[in-house]
Design a protein around this ligand. Structure first.
Ligand code: SF4
Length: 227
């Protein structure tokens, strides 16, 4: 895929119109049509998700993919699901956002020094992307990073995001582990367990562990606390 984009707005407009993965187009649309009981009265986004946050970000956070009834419903990464609840509470405690929750677009959330994105832009069935889908979507992440000129630190949430980020900075070595750091391509990649409900409910990841990741990322990126 060769697309030339000049800014994040252009890129985001391309992303939200993307239909390159037939399986994901079918899944994201059918979830948006069928909904779940608790969100039956809501209008689902049902399309790919662009990244969002501070265009001057020094820290890029890369998740796996939108949740079927989270981002795929609200239209914003990590917004309206339990992973997002855990993530944004941590960003707030670490001085990287102005509020601790992310419930819907236009809820007043402002990220400071941080941009949030994902390895895959469309919700995959069972949260499991296929290799070819990750490959196709990788092009968008590459373009996004090139437009975010101030990024120094990339926080990868989970093993798949970590592999994607290694590819992004041009290395193959490095085993995933919570707190693993890799320097390559002019960036520092910091790995974290994904704040999924499974990881947080089993205690694999707790609030202090995630806070330590973001405090470390903030320090490595040279960000001071939000005033
Ligand atoms: S996953 Fe990425 S490449 Fe595939 S349809 Fe969605 S936006 Fe397009």
């Amino acid at each position: 895929m060769t697309i030339r984009v000049h800014n994040l707005t252009e890129l985001n407009n391309i992303i939200i119109s993307c239909t390159r993965c037939p399986r994901l187009v079918e899944y994201r649309s059918s979830v948006a049509r069928q909904k779940v009981k608790r969100y039956m009265n809501e209008h689902y986004w049902g399309r790919p998700l662009p990244g969002f946050g501070d265009p001057s970000a020094r820290v890029l956070i890369v998740g796996l993919a939108p949740a079927a009834h989270g981002g795929n419903r609200t239209g914003r990464m990590f917004t309206g699901d339990s992973s997002g609840d855990f993530l944004f509470a941590s960003l707030f405690r670490c001085g990287l956002s102005n509020q601790s929750s992310s419930l819907r677009v236009n809820d007043g959330l402002r990220l400071r020094g941080v941009y949030v994105t994902a390895a895959l832009r469309c919700a995959p069935p069972q949260n499991k992307p296929a290799r070819d889908e990750l490959d196709r979507c990788f092009e968008y992440l590459k373009m996004e990073l090139s437009l975010l000129e101030h990024v120094k630190v990339i926080v990868a949430l989970g093993g798949i995001a970590f592999s994607t980020c290694k590819r992004l900075v041009g290395i193959r070595e490095g085993k995933f582990g919570h707190g693993t750091e890799i320097k390559a391509g002019g960036y520092l990649v910091v790995a974290s367990y994904h704040p999924s409900r499974r990881n947080t409910q089993t205690g694999l990841l707790n609030a202090q562990m995630l806070d330590r990741i973001f405090l470390r990322a903030r320090a490595l990126a040279g960000l001071s606390e939000l005033q």
